[in-house]
Design a protein around this ligand. Structure first.
Ligand SMILES: [Zn+2]
Length: 301
């Protein structure tokens, strides 16, 4: 034991100059700017990664701005995970001001975008794009994101590639089981009840997988406030479509939703998690997704 310590002391300075992967104990340092990607990195990486969650559960990712401490962590990261699809307006700042040599992985750019609902009269609303950034509500996208994260981790630490593959396969099995469960649950809803009225347009990917039509009260950013004209349109639509319930989100102020329920007689269906993981049962992806599906089924059946 003593001999081993002495050996380490002598060799450590030389070893520090080598790539980190030569250390059996060294972990891949991951900086994550998405609660969803934090979970994927932890699941795929297991004890071979050290993940820093910059965007914590319950934080609005649309409003988030990195602080100096975040930039310092990013500058030392091997892998930086971003939602992409224009969620992180600060991505240029991360690249430039941190000088990180880590791989910046813009995960959401790895698969197709769905468009937000076009809003006549709302063009040029201050958004650079009309694509829905909330890709994680599609389980197909979650599988693709898992593959992208696995590849990034394997590139950073090739010696651990087999471990990452096994972990990713296990996580994919959980996602498959979740898809099977959600299809069975949502089968309780007739097709003509699959109408989702929500306070920000965050569920295009979910809607596509499960055959819902979306009537969003605002645009896709939770910073938006709906105009009174838009609210009047939504009230007319809810009446015409016979929508039974409308939904708010854990992060949003439900004031406008209350006005709409009063005018239409539709009930408040409960809170949906739109922008990432939350607390308690919604602290995991599976818990969040189950919460959303159960809330929808209970309110609309
Ligand atoms: Zn959002």
């Amino acid at each position: 034991m003593l001999r081993r310590m002495k050996f380490q002391r002598l060799l450590l300075p030389a070893l520090l100059a080598l790539p980190f992967s030569v250390f059996a104990e060294a972990k891949v340092r991951v900086s994550s700017f998405s609660t969803i990607l934090t979970e994927i990195a932890q699941q795929v990486g297991g004890d071979r990664v050290a993940v820093t969650a910059h965007v914590k559960p319950g934080i609005d990712p649309h409003e988030y701005e990195p602080k100096p401490a975040d930039l310092k962590t990013v500058s030392e990261a091997h892998v930086v995970l971003l939602s992409a699809k224009h969620m992180e307006g600060y991505v240029g700042k991360l690249k430039q001001s941190t000088g990180t040599k880590g791989a910046l992985v813009e995960v959401g750019d790895g698969f197709a975008s769905l468009k937000m609902k076009p809003e006549p009269g709302h063009e040029g609303h201050g958004h650079a794009t009309d694509e829905d950034p909330h890709w994680w509500h599609g389980l197909g996208n979650m599988g693709k994101a898992t593959t992208i994260v696995r590849e990034a981790l394997s590139k950073a630490s090739p010696a651990d590639a087999a471990v990452f593959s096994a972990n990713a396969a296990k996580y994919q099995t959980q996602l498959d089981a979740l898809q099977k469960w959600s299809r069975a649950e949502l089968a309780k809803l007739p097709r003509n009840q699959r109408k989702l009225v929500t306070s920000h347009d965050a569920f295009q990917y979910f809607a596509k997988e499960h055959g819902f039509t979306i009537y969003a009260i605002e645009g896709f950013s939770s910073a938006d406030q709906p105009s009174s004209k838009k609210v009047a349109e939504i009230i007319a639509t809810i009446k015409a479509q016979g929508v039974k319930a409308i939904f708010s989100e854990s992060i949003k102020n439900p004031k406008v939703l209350k006005e709409i329920t009063r005018e239409t007689g539709a009930k408040l269906g409960g809170e949906l998690y739109a922008d990432g993981l939350g607390e308690g049962a919604a602290a995991t992806y599976e818990g969040m997704y189950r919460h959303n599906v159960t809330t929808l089924v209970n309110a609309l059946k």
